[in-house]
Design a protein around this ligand. Structure first.
Ligand SMILES: [Cu+2]
Length: 258
């Protein structure tokens, strides 16, 4: 079980972190498609430890699609499996897809298959979104997709500078989650960040009584926000009921102000 060894190794050699922060990721090749630019955006889907660069294995998701101009389109059939190399040189399956964008905001979302995580004795399902603006028409980014759990942005989720504050509202079954715990981590594909201590890898903020959280992003790059809940229904693993961690994950990009 490679997955077990990867996560167990991280747990043992790094730190007794409160959570080993695996994040479902959807990273687009462009988050603001402007007039005259290539309108075809490639999406990179992976299940990853974003700052540490350690991969996990993704299987074909339950659902992958886009909400744009008030309409949901299923894109599951466009997914192509790829092998992704992580920082330790191990290969992990992930997926890519390409989509030509029109005007307006495009909310790409994925519902992965339940992932059994032995080190946490639970399943994990991270409902994950990323928003790509099409041709300057800034309409739709604040709409919920209607996922079981999701983060709805209060800050426009593109066109952000490093140092900006980001605010979102955590929803579970369409209702705010007071006091939701949100894990925050930067994607560091080149391995440029050195975390001086375990708690530096994954930041933690709590939502207020309306499920609203706030975080200031200190550096340019992609930032992932994961609000974790436990599903009301368990799932069976080897004939036993196990918890299902359902995460609402959102990715936003920030740019250096040069
Ligand atoms: Cu992991």
């Amino acid at each position: 079980m490679k997955r077990l060894s990867v996560c167990a190794a991280l747990a043992a050699t790094l730190f007794a972190a409160p959570a080993m922060a695996h994040f479902q990721m959807i990273i687009p090749s462009d988050d603001m498609v402007e007039q005259g630019e290539n309108r075809t955006v490639t999406l990179d889907l992976r299940f990853w430890h974003p700052l540490e660069g350690i991969g996990m294995n993704m299987v074909k998701p339950t659902a992958f699609g886009v909400l744009a101009n008030g309409k949901k389109t299923d894109l599951t059939g466009t997914l192509k499996e790829v092998q992704l190399k992580d920082r330790e040189g191990n290969m992990h399956p992930g997926f890519t897809a390409s989509q030509r964008l029109g005007r307006g905001d495009h909310i790409f979302y994925v519902e992965p298959k339940p992932y059994w995580e032995p080190t946490e004795d639970s399943f994990i399902i991270h409902y994950t979104k990323v928003i790509v603006n099409g041709l300057g028409v800034e309409v739709g980014w604040d709409e919920p997709v209607g996922l079981k759990t999701e983060i709805v942005p209060l800050t426009r989720p593109y066109g952000l500078w490093a140092g900006n504050v980001f605010q979102g509202q955590v929803l579970l079954h369409g209702k705010p989650v007071p006091g939701a715990e949100v894990e925050v981590e930067m994607y560091d594909p080149k391995g440029t960040v050195k975390a001086p201590a375990g708690p530096m890898v994954t930041q933690v903020v709590k939502a207020d009584g309306n499920g609203v959280f706030t975080y200031a992003m200190p550096r340019a790059g992609w930032w992932g926000f994961a609000a974790l809940s436990t599903d009301d229904k368990p799932m069976q693993h080897d004939g036993q009921d196990k918890d299902v961690e359902i995460g609402a994950v959102l990715w936003v990009n920030t740019y250096d102000m040069k």
